[in-house]
Ligand binder design. Sequence first.
Ligand code: DOR
Length: 424
Amino acid sequence: MTVEFVIKGGRVIDASGESFADVVVRDGEIVGVGPDLSAARTIDAAGCVVAPGLVDLHTHLREPGKEEAETVESGSRAAALGGYTAVLAMPNTTPAIDCASVVRDVQELGRRAACDVEVAGAITVGRAGEQLSPMGEMADLGVRIFTDDGTGVQDIRLMRRALEYAKGLGVTLAQHCEVSELSAGTCMHEGAVSSRLGMPGQPAEAEELMVMRDIALARMTGARMHFLHLSTAGSVAMVAGAKAAGLPVTCEAAPHHFTLTDECVESFDAVFKVHPPLRTAGDVDAVRAGLVSGSIDAIATDHAPHPAHEKERPFDEAPPGMLGLEYALALALTELGMDIADVLALLSWRPAAIAGIADTHGAIAVGRPANLCVIDPNHDWTIDGSGGASRSSNVPYVGRTVRGKVRHTIHRGAPTVLDYELQK
Ligand code: DOR
């Protein structure tokens, strides 16, 4: 049976520009984009922006091993509510996604999910930083990004070898930049606030030394490097410099690093504990400026669910991480002062290109899979602490009023969200 509908009355925006147009979807594919189109069923988009589905480069889905916190199913539903049609699942699961069999398991779970689930593989076996993982067998299954996220690869020689293999395989290595000699035993940013609170802090240099090192390794090997969740002014400046020098590097920033500062930790609420830590107002300004200028390629959520009983532990003992999938778009629209088209570049087509899925995501054109989201840019709402579709509720933005909400999400031609409600 043919399934056909038209998304009607919206402002269509993608990398090629914008126009007021209707979008007809038939059997999973975009079959028409233009004025005054009709179909058996109409999905209203009056007053809304019709955009390519969002793509998250940094999602912790916690499966296998930590299903209490999140599953592929629950995380993908949170993603759909946030406007995402694809997420990159991080490999710091239990066991780690470090070989073909675990990749296959997560891909299988992803086939039933509410968005595409791309899988990132670990760089080292068990993410232990000692021995290279079998990247080739994972690349054969379609893995395009490798990372030990949650921790950075500390051994310089091993990282060099990993980059050499990655270059041969045509894949990207993504680094969590944190030098363990400066970060071990710390739980927040080192600065005036940590001194006042008497908490062990990690300096900005814990991140910046690894950014500096890996820029050098990218130069040396010619391999593609992606820098995860950059949080300091120095890191943003170094990556901008590496790009200006023509190196094949990209980077992302997380919503919490452009909206929250280390002063939040004064509450001693572990909902504000995250790695890398919340930094100073100056760092937040630099991350914002990097997003505006394009030196930062993408906004990536680092959606990191943790069960309430773990986040309720004392600050220094609680696990790091915060939810992001349902809030990233609204926070970006509200806080960055950018045109919506530029925000969409950061959330959709640029991350789609980095993830290697630009053939299926990031554009609205006839013949392409219908991965779309429809945003009401004037919808004001207040973030509550429920965590939405996630199994966890570690939301650091509770009580904040934001502008812009995802009204509909279409994943491969199937509505996953209609009029703000999950369909799947
Ligand atoms: O805060 C974080 N939480 N940072 C990471 O890099 C890992 C993540 C997690 O898995 O909880």
